[in-house]
Design a protein around this ligand. Sequence first.
Ligand code: PLP
Length: 387
Amino acid sequence: MTPFVVLKAQFAHLEKEIRVGIDTVLEHGRYIMGPEVAELEEQLADFSGSKHVVTCSSGTDALLMALMAAGIGEGDVVFTTPFTFIATAEVISLLGAIPVFVDIDPRTFNIDPAKLASAIQAVQQNDPSLSPLPKGFSAKKSIPKAVIPVDLFGLPAEYDAIHTVAAENNLFVLEDAAQGFGGTYKGKQAGSLGHAGAVSFFPAKPLGCYGDGGAIFTDDEQLAERLVSIRVHGKGTEKYDNVRIGLNGRLDTLQAAILLPKLRAFPEEITNRQRAADMYTERLASAGDSLILPFVPECLTSVWAQYSMLCENRDELQKGLKDAGVPSMIYYPKPLHLQSAYEQLGHRDGDFPVAEMCSRKIVSLPMHPYLEESVVEDITGKILEIV
Ligand SMILES: Cc1ncc(COP(=O)(O)O)c(C=O)c1O
């Protein structure tokens, strides 16, 4: 019927420009940090309103590099949501910092700012009755340093409230805009909503390249300078002058050349995604209580990385859709606090009940900017029959 995301239809639309971009790189041969990388950074800065954009090798590295540049390390506490892709929390652990999970708002699926305040208190007072803490947590050795809100499914988190709590507690706010880039919060672009923002250009993301890629957005000049250094093995002023520990975190020139025409087409694609989401919402409204449709708070826009809803009888819905040839996905079947990788944190079922409930009921429908009305009609008709 329709694939879950359509990369081929987009390629057909932009083929000429993408091929010209790739050919230009093949001809000039500057595969590492070629001129397309700087051009892309400039255009991303224009699009987002951020003063500085540092492209990099993936969304995961964007998160990792931003935490490194903010000086996060051993024993520091970093708050985040358990209802996200593993990369969000993984980067905290990679630096020896401690992920402290905070439950989500069931309507937006994003971190709940009131629960963030409780989690900070729990850490400061070493009191897990205020909010679940990792096993063996010691307030004496651990200082709250940062929070990573995630713009899940393309909808920005509640940044005004998050910044208020963060400012009171001196926390660095790192926006995980891997899925959010293209969404807006009170007129500001996702990616520019924290002290730094991390974006992914993974192919299936709203703005994707043809491999791995990412970018960090910030208004902080010193942070941007550290990011540029971290991106190339902690370089100083000269290539073989290493002033800090960094990594090889560059975006390939070829990927930058692919992203340039895609970024030009992005505003129109965002409009088309919104149209597809509106069609789903209008047609599914009659499902009543059997489906909880996505909620977008006033003054926010989602880029609809996913169209995700809660369904009581999810298994039945997925089976019926599969029989009709309609793909559906579950993001995410297990919240992070219950993943084996985080067994050592000692969390239990019941620690973050909203995230757990969402993991049991969430289901995502095909979503891309080239989704036709007749296809949405077929999919929603099938859904209404099943539920
Ligand atoms: C919320 C979130 N954070 C981080 C990432 C990591 O991005 P990448 O796959 O580009 O490393 C992803 C990508 O899947 C994501 O969805």
